[in-house]
Design a protein around this ligand. Structure first.
Ligand code: FAD
Length: 479
């Protein structure tokens, strides 16, 4: 039998469910990645993710060639709905193996591919690989999906065991990988219409990049519980982009964290909890696909957001890091310059957009979707709806982060702020969170002119807070 493995969010050869299943069952296995025009056409021409993907594909291609000389990754550019059946037919494959992708658009695409394959009797086999528990694997006692995280997490921890965390030993069957003249290397960014420098040199792609981060993080995991909230500190794992593209197996990460948790390591327990949030939002997406475009709690769609030129100007200032609130501005600059933003800052900047600027959370969600290297529909939507209070298990609507106290608490000495806003570097700790409170002489002593070197705040937090409470009152009356 001949099988084709279609890679998507699983760009590795180790512990890969579909690759394992294909190699175990077929005599000749071929590997395909489609640079899907449907997705790529919508992206800016210097999109950093394209660089990450191409780097990662090169690494994957090399790994496959190492196992099977004369083999390699078949890379095609075009529409996946046409190319997958076409390549399967060219190779006379009897089956296509792939891993689940539960995003609504991916499910539609996959249904179309499977249907086309069936016209020439090519089977479609799809596997769970991206999360530990998916779809309806964890339901409440009443058989309903969980809408609250803590009971979900408790159920997750009750159910998980070595079976769910075991690795798929691809190496046992990898002899099935077959040579093919169709594997002709990975195109350069310019060959698919992207700028040559769309690569982000700070982030190493492929399984090697993921492994290095994970090894480094395991040295620090004990401290995660304390360190993770301070953006100036190297606290989190920075693995999100690798989890998004599957260059490392979620089972490996969860297994290591679970073992350390059982040995009493608090940091590992807290980190595992973050991995469970990832599963949680994936199952939310599966059960509530409508919430990927609208409020999870429909009554929140009645909120009237700011609109018009003034709202557009506020939005532009937020995007560009010109709000006059140093924590917000440094966070947005981190995002714009690196494609990454610290989790605490994602929470604070999202809250600021919705509850200080009064803008529709979908505008911020879209901006993050464009800029984040680790953009993931389920997690991003979950995070935004958490901040907007419209999601399941979200921040209550009357809870509004104060951007100054968040700054004092999580970047007390302004170390993170000053890294991204060097103009503020001379400000003393007490003023770096709210430079507008400085006396003229103090500003002068720091060589800072507000309005020229750094903006005045675009909104007053106390006024914005009052407006937000009024704006959200519509929810109270409808709920
Ligand atoms: P670590 O702290 O090391 O966490 C390990 C892994 O756990 C992460 O890589 C991620 O896969 C998962 N994780 C952690 N927190 C969450 C969470 N709250 N929800 C879901 N998964 C989580 N995460 C994304 O992967 N993609 C997104 O597009 C995304 N958008 C977000 C938008 C907003 C408004 C908010 C508040 C959060 C968002 N997150 C998103 C979640 C979280 O901020 C990132 O996963 C995390 O900052 C990534 O850094 P890390 O890998 O160093 O995290």
């Amino acid at each position: 039998d001949r099988a084709l493995v279609w890679f998507r969010r699983d760009l590795r050869v180790e512990d890969q469910a579909a690759l394992y299943a294909a190699c175990k069952s077929a005599q000749a296995v071929f590997c395909l990645f489609v640079l899907d025009q449907e997705i790529l056409d919508a992206l800016p021409r210097n999109d950093r993710r394209v660089g990450f993907i191409l780097d990662t594909l090169c690494a994957l291609d090399a790994q496959i060639r190492r196992i099977c000389p004369g083999g390699g990754l078949i890379v095609r550019y075009g529409r996946a709905t046409e190319l997958v059946p076409q390549v399967a037919a060219e190779l006379a494959a009897q089956a296509v193996f792939t891993n689940h992708d539960d995003e609504p658009a991916a499910l539609r695409r996959d249904a179309q591919v499977a249907q086309r394959l069936s016209t020439f009797a090519c089977a479609w086999h799809s596997f769970k690989d991206h999360v530990i528990f998916e779809r309806s694997e964890l339901l409440t006692g009443a058989g309903k999906p969980y809408g609250v995280f803590t009971p979900y997490k408790n159920a997750w921890l009750r159910k998980v065991d070595a079976f769910y965390l075991r690795a798929y030993p691809v190496n046992r069957y990898q002899g099935a990988l077959a040579p093919t003249p169709l594997a002709q290397g990975v195109p350069a960014p310019t060959e698919i219409g992207f700028e040559p420098d769309s690569v982000n040199p700070a982030v190493l792609g492929g399984s090697e990049g993921a492994k290095r981060l994970f090894v480094d993080f395991l040295d620090r995991i004990d401290a995660y519980a304390q360190a993770r909230d301070y953006p100036a500190v190297k606290g989190p794992s920075y693995l999100s982009v690798h989890l998004r593209f599957g260059t490392i197996s979620i089972r490996q990460l969860a297994r290591e964290a679970w073992a350390r948790m059982q040995a009493g390591v608090r940091g590992a327990e807290v980190w595992l909890s973050e991995l469970i949030w990832r599963d949680f939002y994936h199952q939310v997406m599966h059960h509530h696909p409508h919430a990927m475009a609208a409020a999870w709690r429909p009554e929140y769609d009645a909120i009237q957001w700011e609109q018009g030129p003034h709202a557009d100007a506020l939005f532009a200032a937020w995007c560009e890091g010109r709000t006059g609130y140093p924590l917000i501005d440094s966070a947005m600059r981190q995002l714009n310059s690196s494609g990454y933003m610290h989790n605490r800052l994602r929470m604070v900047t999202a809250s600021f957009l919705v509850k200080d600027l009064g803008l529709d959370w979908r505008r911020g969600e879209r901006y993050f979707a464009e800029k984040l290297l680790d953009f993931d529909l389920a997690a991003n939507n979950g995070g935004w709806q958490w901040a907007a209070s419209s999601g399941c298990d979200a921040q209550p609507w009357f809870r509004i982060f104060n951007p100054v106290t968040q700054s004092e608490k999580f970047d007390a000495q302004g170390r993170f702020i000053k890294r991204y806003l060097p103009h503020l570097s001379a400000l003393p700790d007490r003023l770096v969170h709210a430079p507008w409170l400085a006396k003229p002489l103090e500003l002068q002593a720091c060589g800072l002119t507000l309005g020229a070197d750094y903006p005045w705040p675009i909104v007053r937090h106390d006024e914005a807070r009052a407006q937000t409470l009024a704006r959200y009152a519509v929810v109270k009356t409808r709920a």
